[in-house]
Design a protein around this ligand. Structure first.
Ligand code: ADP
Ligand code: MG
Length: 259
């Protein structure tokens, strides 16, 4: 498998705090790679650096061999590196289906003003986006809620809608930051299956998640951060046996690594 992402010497300082410290690893095309670590380890900052929401203090991220660090986040998203599960990107006043249609804008040919004015290109896009949105909702088993207003959705469905929105942008790499947070066991198991289905479509997945059984089940490889530094990298089995990882999680009672 070729590497789709190469992260080299990535560092982010916030004033005197080094949130991500000289982190390097590669992500193979088509794999599920999870980033784990205690609270404050730098996981979310790392994802923001990869999706170019933050500029690194040092180091770089390469996507398909091309440096993406420093590019605007919407440019990086258009290239196919998409961070999702931010509930803020969901328009609460719209239905599930409308939200997924709007998300297609990211890859639209028509300009956003054209979309609202109803230019011929925009009308063609809109019909195409409607068909695509229906296909995504069906694929994720969400057809039955497509006309529900987003504001009325329970937590689990909101997260699933986040996934649908992410897919609508036609990503090559999907960054999921704690997609199972707040879900009960059944919702988590369903979401794990969804992530596997998305991967089956050829999408490479980077995951930050505290639910260790889910992480162990879903990941090909795991990178462990502690105080901004990478302390381990390996298969789920290797990580579960790693002394430094076990040590990093010791004494953290509510966030036990759980194996
Ligand atoms: P995690 O996602 O692993 O819990 P974060 O990446 O959110 O960790 O945070 C890593 C560290 O960086 C924390 O100490 C956090 O307080 C700090 N941090 C994160 N974002 C900012 C910011 N925008 N400004 C200042 N400090 C930040
Ligand atoms: Mg975080």
């Amino acid at each position: 498998m070729d590497d789709i992402l190469q992260i080299s010497g990535l560092t982010k300082k916030f004033g005197g705090l080094t949130a991500v410290n000289n982190v390097s690893f590669s992500v193979a095309e088509g794999e599920v790679l999870s980033v784990i670590g205690p609270n404050g380890a730098g996981k979310s900052t790392l994802f923001k650096l990869v999706a170019s929401f933050l500029r690194p203090s040092a180091g770089e991220v390469r996507f398909q061999g091309k440096r993406i660090s420093g590019l605007a986040p919407h440019v990086v998203a258009r290239m196919g590196v998409v961070r999702t599960f931010q509930e803020t990107t969901i328009f609460k006043g719209m239905t599930v289906r409308e939200n997924v249609i709007i998300a297609h804008q990211l890859r639209a040919r028509a300009s956003l003003p054209g979309f609202y004015i109803g230019s011929p290109t925009a009308r063609k896009d809109e019909a195409e986006f409607g068909r695509s949105a229906d296909a995504i909702l069906e694929f994720l088993g969400l057809s039955h809620i497509r006309d529900e207003p987003a504001i009325a959705l329970p937590h689990g469905h909101l997260r699933a809608l986040g996934m649908a929105i992410g897919l609508a942008t036609d990503p090559k790499v999907l960054l999921l930051d704690e997609p199972f947070a707040g879900m009960n066991h059944d919702e988590t198991m369903r979401a794990v299956e969804m992530v596997k289905d998305v991967r089956e479509r050829g999408v490479t997945i980077l995951l930050v998640e505290h639910d260790m059984p889910a992480v162990m089940q879903i990941s090909h490889r795991i990178v462990v951060l502690n105080f901004g530094e990478k302390i381990a990298e390996g298969t789920p089995t290797e990580i579960q046996r790693n002394e430094r990882v076990i040590e990093a999680y010791l004494g953290i009672e509510d966030k036990t690594i759980g194996f």
